[in-house]
Design a protein around this ligand. Structure first.
Ligand code: DGT
Ligand code: CA
Ligand code: CA
Ligand code: ZN
Length: 596
């Protein structure tokens, strides 16, 4: 964590505590200041050393906040914040992770019932005490109880979009070491799961201690959890990062083992046992000549290994390269995204694994925003960013007005019409064609918030749910099916509306939507924003099995967000998507014939 991040986090904590104690306006000022400190290009400790005036030069940082920042950098604490913490000793982050519980609620519940963490909140809600507090009711209490499990889980898992850049940074750091022959991420992050418990790294080297030392010295490491021989764990940005170092000739087997998932590994290991072989993190071994005691006879006899026999006994037949491990088991090498034991082991054995879509297959983005709605950049700036990424075409789909669009963000019919000319003008500034679309809102009943005549004139209509996201599954399914069947809708955008670790979103019958999308010729979006990853892998798989088309879109509100496309592609791969399944992997002509 950079010092800017650290200071911003303190300011945000300050804001929450102020809000919880009933202070008005100030919390907003602290949050805005925090955001700008976090984004500020210069290190905050440098500015603090120059004094309060230098700190107050940061946009939205006033004198009072600047003084607190200098105090923090100089002394490691802010006296007023320390007092607030004593006044309100609560697990703010844990409690506010519950949807519907904000700092103010935390303050009220602490005052009335002394609730300081999730366990106490759950106990009080179960005992019916929460609904007795003024301002709360039975419904609020029920919602709190419903949302606690999600909050617990979200506290334990990191978004892929936060963990992946961290892992990439660790890879860069480790691969620069002379003693390192290979380095890879493994675990859930290599499988591109939307959330990850911890980051797993694997290094191939003859060396041990110097690598452990370099790892614990990694700039992003805030604390060392353990540093052993050939193994170490650190905490970085609040996430645990595990490193294992193995000999180069065992790297492939270790990579296979530590990539998981556990269920995939059990299935692969059982295939090995069926062939008289033994697979573990050290290699694939022929154990037919090994005396009974050296092999775990139990596993071999049962033909079912929940846990591997972790010895090097037997004749090693593969281990240096991961692909060889699979091939020696008469399987195609299985792409990490598929390793969830959902039929990939059988498919690999029968050589019918799909050739999955790759990041380089995308030819354009079908869902992007500009400063006409809530984006931060002009049409031309966004189009240029698409062109710079080598895309063949670019689609602008600003928000239409409607439910969930607060503060006049969305465009009404006349503004949409006016935007057409602006798009044509911006298109002159780039070499690639720029198209005019809209992100329409799907109302609670499945209708759209924009009239048909306006929609008919556009190049593309992405329709997405933004409000009424707590609907029951039946209503959600009906709503989304109706939207998919709307004659002008081309793409169903972020179908569930989930925000990972923040809100669960809709829980529709994905098969029903997949069938409807296939029949109507509407594509289902994989929204690549790492806070969304929506549709997820399972939804994508249902869509493809139903014969529907997928679109991988970033929903970018800024040029750099176009780089999130990789998260969408890997999510689509988790759903077994091939390039042919992806609408924006098509040429402009192919795309046009779909949109007509
Ligand atoms: P996560 O971190 O919760 O998102 O999920 P993973 O899959 O990264 O799990 P993690 O970090 O506990 O372990 C990484 C991989 O290593 C896991 O997918 C399978 C393998 N593995 C680790 N420990 C064991 C074990 O005790 N038994 C088996 N069968 N596999 C293990
Ligand atoms: Ca992990
Ligand atoms: Ca781990
Ligand atoms: Zn949206």
């Amino acid at each position: 964590m950079s010092r800017n991040d650290e200071v911003a986090t303190r300011l945000e904590e300050f804001a929450d505590l102020l809000e919880a104690t009933g202070v008005e306006y100030k919390p907003t000022a602290y949050r805005r200041a925090a955001e700008n400190v976090r984004e500020h290009p210069a290190p905050i400790e440098g500015l603090a050393a120059e004094g309060e005036d230098a700190v107050a030069e940061i946009d939205r940082v006033g004198d009072a906040i600047a003084a607190k920042i200098v105090e923090y950098v100089e002394t490691g604490e802010i006296a007023e914040l320390t007092e607030l913490r004593e006044e309100l000793p609560v697990d703010m982050a844990g409690l506010t992770a519950v949807e519907g519980v904000g700092p103010k609620t935390v303050g009220s519940l602490y005052d009335a019932l002394g609730i300081s963490d999730l366990d106490e909140l759950e106990a009080a809600a179960e005992a019916g005490e929460v609904q007795e507090v003024s301002g709360f009711g039975a419904k609020t209490e029920e919602n709190i109880l419903d949302n606690i499990p999600f909050a617990r889980e979200s506290r334990e898992r990191t978004r892929l979009g936060d963990a992946r850049p961290l892992a990439d940074d660790a890879l860069t750091h480790l691969s620069a070491l002379d003693a390192v022959e290979s380095v890879e991420v493994c675990g859930s992050i290599r499988r591109w799961k939307p959330t990850i418990g911890d980051v797993d790294l694997l290094v191939a080297s003859e060396a041990r201690d110097p690598i452990v030392e370099a790892f614990t010295d990694w700039e992003a490491a805030d604390a060392t959890i353990e540093a052993g021989t050939g193994k170490a764990s650190v905490r970085a940005d609040g996430t645990r990062v595990d490193l294992r170092i193995v000999d180069p000739d065992e790297f492939g087997a270790a990579l296979q083992y530590f990539t998981g998932s556990r269920a995939h590994n059990v299935a692969v290991r059982n295939r090995a046992i069926d062939r008289g072989l033994k697979l573990n993190e050290y290699g694939l071994f022929d154990v037919s000549d090994v005396e009974g005691e050296e092999v775990d006879a139990g596993d071999a006899a049962d033909g079912d290994a929940e846990e591997p026999d972790a010895t090097r006994a037997g004749e090693r037949i593969a281990g240096e390269r991961e692909a060889e491990v699979y091939r020696a088991l008469d399987m195609e090498p299985v792409p990490p995204e598929l390793r969830e034991n959902r039929g990939e082991v059988e498919a690999a054995a029968e050589e019918r694994l799909p050739v999955l879509v790759e990041p380089g297959d995308l030819r354009g983005d079908l869902h992007t925003h500009t400063d006409w709605s809530d984006g931060g950049f002009s049409i031309a700036e966004m189009a240029r960013a698409a062109e710079e990424r080598g895309y063949d075409y670019h689609f602008v789909t600003d928000h239409a007005t409607g439910p969930g669009m607060v503060g006049g963000v969305g465009l009404d019919e006349s503004e949409i019409e006016a935007q057409a000319a602006a798009i044509a003008e911006a298109a002159d500034e780039v070499e690639i064609p720029v198209f005019h679309g809209i992100e329409a809102n799907i109302d609670a009943d499945g209708g759209l918030s924009t009239d048909d005549e306006t929609l008919a004139a556009l190049d593309i209509v992405v329709a997405s749910p933004h409000a009424a996201l707590g609907q029951d599954p039946e209503a959600a399914t009906e709503r989304l099916v109706r939207a998919v069947e709307h004659p002008h809708v081309d793409v169903l955008g972020h179908p569930t509306g989930r925000l990972i670790n923040e809100r669960p979103g809709l829980d529709p019958d994905v098969e029903a939507i997949a069938e409807a999308a296939s029949a109507a010729g509407t594509a289902i979006e994989v929204n690549a924003n790492p806070a969304r990853l929506d549709a997820d892998g399972e939804f994508v798989r249902a869509a493809i099995e139903a014969g529907a088309t997928i679109a991988v879109n970033t929903d970018a509100h800024a040029p750099r967000e176009l780089d999130n496309a990789r998260y969408g592609v890997h999510t689509a791969r988790r759903g077994w998507a091939r390039a042919g399944d992806v609408l924006n992997a098509r040429s402009l002509n192919g795309l046009r014939s779909f949109l007509l």
